[in-house]
Design a protein around this ligand. Structure first.
Ligand SMILES: O=C[C@H](O)[C@H](O)[C@H](O)COP(=O)(O)O
Length: 234
């Protein structure tokens, strides 16, 4: 069975277990979330549900529009019932690395407004310690003028290597949906206290958000190669 099928089974299971009626729903970003939106759209249609969808990125907004779902925003719907989002890695404590697609800032804002944040992923994202599976590092969204001092501070304080994320179909850096840059920090110490590390990095002037999600996710669904789903809760 393909990786895509593994993403799909996780997404379908999460939507079926967490959307039980009319609700305000946070739409995460990335390739796995596409399946969650597909499933949500099917259910909205067949069960005549009223679901207001709050996007976590430009991509999520486009998905909501494509599937004819109702687009909402935090200004009018600041209390979200459940957000379903992908992740780049989930460790045994349910700490997440997110932002592989550069959407960490809006994802964290929406997750922080949600009663429940649920992760959907394929089996390659399931790890014991952060860094076991995802090798591209922890994304940090920064204000462009501050990227060099922040690189120096993070590596000086915690070690590892850090790189400005480069765009692929454009010369120069990736620019986020919020007009910022992304640094990818390849840490070497897998035993850092992620809550403290995240707080210290977030306090550096110029850091907008870090793609470490600590104590935010209630449950993760990992689609398996053979089509089953493994669940992990806090
Ligand atoms: O910035 C991107 C997001 O954090 C995604 O949710 C994450 O990268 C996982 O994406 P995918 O489902 O494509 O692996």
């Amino acid at each position: 069975m393909s990786l895509e099928k593994a993403k799909q089974v996780a997404a379908y299971r999460a939507v079926d277990e967490y959307v039980k009626g009319h609700c305000v729903f946070g739409v995460g970003s990335g390739s796995t979330v596409v399946y969650a939106v597909q499933r949500l759209a099917e259910r909205v249609e067949t069960e005549n549900l009223k679901v207001i969808c709050i996007p976590t990125s430009f991509q999520a907004k486009q998905l909501i529009i494509k599937y004819n779902l109702t687009l909402g925003e935090l200004e009018t719907h600041p209390n979200i019932d459940v957000t379903i989002d992908g992740a780049d890695e989930v460790d045994s404590n349910m700490t997440l690395i997110k932002g592989g697609g550069g959407c960490l800032l809006q994802e964290k804002i929406v997750a922080s407004c949600s009663k429940k944040m649920i992760v959907i992923a394929d089996y390659t994202k399931d790890s014991k310690k952060l860094g076991d599976r995802y090798k591209k590092g922890i994304p940090i969204e920064v204000i462009p003028m501050a990227y060099v001092p922040i690189q120096n501070k993070v590596v000086g304080m915690f070690g590892g290597e850090i790189k400005l994320r480069s765009a692929i179909a454009k010369a120069g850096p990736v620019v986020t949906d919020n007009g910022n840059f992304i640094l990818d920090w390849m840490f070497t110490n897998q035993d850092l206290d992620w809550e403290k590390t995240s707080t210290i990095i977030k306090l550096m002037p110029g850091v907008v958000e870090i793609g470490l999600f600590v104590k935010m996710c209630e449950k993760a669904y990992f689609g398996q190669a053979e089509g089953t789903v493994i669940e992990r809760s806090v």
